[in-house]
Each structure stands twice: as structure tokens, then as C-alpha cells.
Write a protein of this length. Structure first.
Length: 224
């Protein structure tokens, strides 16, 4: 869609988006991560920019070009992502959490590569829970006062509507977007389920670029 043809529904808005996976280092050469291409979040950033918003994109490690006119902040871990989000939140009116954040990180980082000792013994790894970036932002004063509209995504393997509806309430966000169908990772098209306080509706299968524009239009329609 040519940017010049997109209605400027978000003119005057500052939009902050997380995208991609996070990477939780275990040692200098290893870590824990997620499957996420970042394509959906990058498409949403491009669409928000085309709709006239000032856009900041906090991206985990992905190999994607920065959409034109978007300010990009690269991060690795969930804690880095939270810090980058918090430092970019000023005057933001829409926060969209499209990142696949690693739920846990290794409890200890080894500054030196962990070596095999030759005996066949395996390391025993302990994990700690990462901060929930979306829940942290959604529970901030500005979000609670209706000045910051928060949108979450839900990655589910089954029972999407039930899990995603529960997640929307638990995360305390007005809009949650579910990925329909198992094979969305890394694909260029997708189907999205939108869940808000009134119920759910599907955006028909389309390219991630088209879905980005459709989602931005749905968000603009719901702004207080
Ligand atoms: N999210 C986040 N920070 C986390 C975990 C999730 O910001 N530490 C955000 C994601 O970007 C997404 C939403 O929360 O917008 C839901 O993520 P998801 O992984 O589906 O939910 P979880 O609450 O982590 O629950 P679970 O993975 O157990 O289903
Ligand atoms: Ca999760």
C-alpha cells in the first residue's frame, strides 16, 4: 500500500512497538531464544508510520531492515527490552507489544564459555522469570488513566480464543491480538484474531504488511 494513500489516522500520536525475539545469554556463545521473525512487529511499525505517527521500534535480534521513518532501538535480552521501552515511553499514546519475549533467562551468566569436562556430565541449568514488559506498561499510571492505549499479542498452540481472552484480562489491556493457525512463524502472511472487552473478530488472511495497516486502523478506531 503506497504510504501516501494511507489515511493519517495516527497523526500527532507517538507509537512504541516491541518486535522480534529476545536472547537470554547463558555464556558468551550460548543462550535461550524464541522463534520470531519480527515481521509482524516491523509491519505494524511501517503501518503506524504511514498512518502519520511518530514511531519507535524496540527490536530483539532479527535480520530485517528498519522501516522508513521509524526510530529503531536494538536490544538483546528481555531486561534490555524493558529498559529501552521505559526510556522511550514519554508522551507515547499507543504501545504495541509484538515481541516474543523469552519468559525465562538463565539464573547465572558465565563470563567464560562453559566447557565439557570429558566425563559426559551435563550442566544443570537454573532459570529465573523475566519481567513482563506488556504488563508493566499496561499497569503504569498513564495506561490506567487512559492516556496510553496498550495492545498485546498472544502466541498459543491451542484454544486460542479462550487462552487469549484470559490473557487480555490478566495483562489488563484493552486489545489483545491472537495469531490463528500454527504456521505463522516466519511466514509472510497470517490471520489475526482481535479480542477486546466487547468480544472477538477476525482479520482475514492477508500479508503481514496488509495486516499491519488493518490492525492500525482497528487500533485508531478504538482509541479513547
Ligand atoms: N510479553 C511481554 N513480556 C514478557 C512476556 C510477554 O511483554 N515477559 C508480551 C508479549 O509481547 C505479548 C504478550 O505479552 O504481547 C503475551 O505474550 P505471551 O508469551 O503470549 O504470554 P505470556 O504472558 O508470556 O504467557 P505464556 O507464554 O505462558 O502463554
Ligand atoms: Ca510467553
Amino acid at each position: 500500500i503506497a504510504a501516501s494513500l494511507v489515511p493519517k489516522r495516527l497523526a500527532g500520536h507517538k507509537v512504541l512497538i516491541t518486535a522480534g525475539p529476545t536472547f537470554e545469554a547463558l555464556d558468551p556463545v550460548r543462550g535461550l531464544t524464541n522463534h520470531s521473525s519480527g515481521k509482524m512487529g516491523f509491519a505494524i511499525a511501517a503501518a503506524a508510520r504511514a498512518a502519520g505517527a511518530q514511531v519507535t521500534l524496540v527490536a530483539g535480534p532479527v535480520h530485517l531492515p528498519t522501516p522508513r521513518g521509524v526510530q529503531r532501538i536494538n536490544v538483546q535480552s528481555a531486561r534490555d527490552m524493558l529498559a529501552a521501552v521505559q526510556s522511550a515511553l514519554e508522551d507515547v499514546s499507543i504501545f504495541i507489544a509484538a515481541a516474543a519475549v523469552a519468559d525465562w533467562r538463565p539464573a547465572d551468566f558465565s563470563a567464560k564459555k562453559i566447557k565439557k569436562d570429558g566425563s559426559g556430565a551435563v550442566p544443570s541449568l537454573a532459570f529465573v522469570e523475566n519481567p513482563d514488559i506488556l504488563a508493566t506498561v499496561a499497569n503504569s499510571d498513564r495506561a490506567q488513566q487512559g492516556q496510553l492505549y496498550c495492545v498485546g499479542f498472544a502466541a498459543e498452540s491451542d484454544n486460542l480464543l479462550a487462552h487469549a481472552s484470559a490473557k487480555r484480562v490478566r495483562k489488563n489491556v484493552p486489545l489483545l491480538v491472537g495469531n490463528i493457525g500454527p504456521a505463522t512463524f516466519g511466514q509472510d502472511d497470517n490471520t489475526l484474531l482481535l479480542i477486546d472487552a466487547h468480544g472477538s473478530s477476525a482479520l482475514p488472511r492477508a500479508s503481514k504488511a496488509q495486516l499491519g495497516h488493518a490492525l492500525i486502523a482497528e487500533i485508531a478506531r478504538r482509541l479513547p
